[in-house]
Design a protein around this ligand. Structure first.
Ligand code: FES
Ligand code: FES
Length: 154
């Protein structure tokens, strides 16, 4: 077991985990951050996506030890983010299983692109599967959140 010190959602957190433990294991099972979800475990569905130094990263395969000293963001950080409001308002989702990961990729996009074109939103969400077929509302919610963020910045 190794001690793994992480910076998660602006807080310093430590856990003891096997060398090579995937980041999602540390987040969910050791740090009790349950928003990040496990789907395929093979970088195929996007349910586990988190931001690592702002970059969408599959936490199901990324070794937690390699996240030491880097900024990890999870969906818990989005409680008061315009993305959350927009997704609720447009009911962008059905079962919701895919949404934690989608929200993180969307945040990564909006952090680097204030006014994303529809094609850019689609490309950013390409790693994600939504088996409920809520794609159109999800794309609309990301665009709405972007517009609101621009309004807030104006
Ligand atoms: S659980 Fe990581 S991509 Fe599916
Ligand atoms: S809302 Fe059910 S998988 Fe996307």
């Amino acid at each position: 077991m190794d001690e793994i010190a992480l910076r998660v959602n602006g807080e310093d957190r430590t856990a003891r985990a096997d060398a090579g433990a995937p980041l999602i294991h540390v987040l969910r099972n050791l740090l009790d951050l349950k928003a990040t979800r496990y789907g395929c475990g093979q970088e195929q569905c996007g349910a586990c996506m988190v931001l690592l130094d702002g970059k969408p990263t599959f936490s199901c395969t990324f070794p937690a030890a390699e996240a030491v000293g880097r900024e990890v963001e999870t969906a818990e950080a989005l409680v008061s983010h315009p993305l959350r409001e927009a997704f609720l308002e447009l009911q962008a989702g059905q079962c919701g299983y895919c949404l934690s990961g989608i929200l993180m990729s969307a945040k990564g996009l909006l952090d680097r692109t204030a006014d994303p074109a529809r094609e850019e939103i689609v490309a950013a969400l390409d790693p994600h599967l939504c088996r409920c077929g809520a794609h159109e509302r999800i794309i609309g919610a990301v665009a709405l959140a972007a517009a609101r963020l621009r309004g807030a910045a104006a």
